[in-house]
Design a protein. Structure first.
Length: 275
């Protein structure tokens, strides 16, 4: 069902909804309202729910271009758009830096991690699309993630050997205290560390090192709805190809088995469809 004020999309139209509700102009309640995180983030449904509630629907829903595969578009609601916002605002810094167009994406600093390996790889794909000709180094302690990064054409190295690598832009996707320290140490003079987020209440930073190198640390949540149109545009133009990162496609009816394989195995990104 749709409300009488919803005219951006019609009932039955393929649409995309951001994982988070609200943006700078829309104040959702609770403030961190998201799909799939239970009552704490609002009882909006999501994950394995058959129905979801979409407040501010006329502002939040995004029509899906006919040329974009819905499976690819699913990542645009969250992690792919997050990768875009971690790279796009820093383009001028990278382009004008004397050390050249080099980006480091830091994934897990441990051999196992509860966080998706797709995020640093999406950062690589966004870097390739937004900074043609740039170099990307993916640092991740998981061998299978490094192997996939190399298959996608990126340089890869384990975290324990990353000392000495520097770049004007370092994207920290580790969600760990140690990872942020490694990321900040890898930022070149007058560079930027773009921070994907953490579950830690507080994280120490090397303040004197940052001051000496004139390093900027950017900590912010992603306003996914604002960047989804740009991301869909890259997908429609085939400037970003997700086939190497979406490693498992399944049906909604097989969700339990597919998600079990995802978390127990080495799937990078799993997308479930109703059909």
């Amino acid at each position: 069902m749709t409300g009488v004020l919803v005219d951006l999309v019609l009932q039955g139209d393929p649409t995309l909804k951001p994982v988070a509700l609200g943006d700078p102009q829309l104040q959702a309640d609770p403030p961190l309202s998201m799909y799939g995180f239970g009552v704490a983030s609002g009882a909006w449904g999501g994950v394995l729910a058959d129905l979801v509630t979409v407040p501010f629907a006329n502002a939040m829903l995004v029509p899906l271009p006919q040329t974009v595969d819905p499976v690819d578009a699913a990542s645009s609601a969250d992690t792919l758009s997050d990768a875009y916002r971690l790279v796009a605002p820093q383009l001028d810094v990278v382009r004008s830096h004397p050390d050249g167009s080099r980006v480091i994406a830091l994934g897990s600093v441990e051999r196992s991690s509860p966080f998706s390996a797709s995020v640093p790889l999406f950062v690589g794909l966004m870097t390739r699309a937004l900074l043609p000709g740039s170099e990307l180094l993916l640092i991740d302690e998981r061998k299978w993630v490094r192997e996939r990064a190399e298959q996608l054409g990126f340089e890869a190295a384990p975290a324990r050997r990353s000392t000495g690598a520097r770049a004007p832009l370092v994207v920290d996707c580790s969600a760990s205290q140690r990872g942020l320290g490694l990321a900040l140490a890898a930022v070149a003079d007058d560079g930027v560390c773009s921070f994907a987020g953490t579950l830690h209440g507080s994280v120490p930073i090397p303040a004197s090192l940052m001051f000496g190198r004139n390093v900027t640390l950017r900590i912010a949540r992603s306003h996914v709805r604002e960047v989804i149109p740009q991301v869909l545009g890259l997908l429609a133009a085939r400037e970003v190809e997700l086939g190497g990162v979406i490693t498992q496609r399944g049906s909604f009816g097989d969700a339990v088995a597919a998600l079990d394989a995802h978390f127990r195995g080495r799937e990078l990104k799993t997308v479930l469809s109703l059909t």
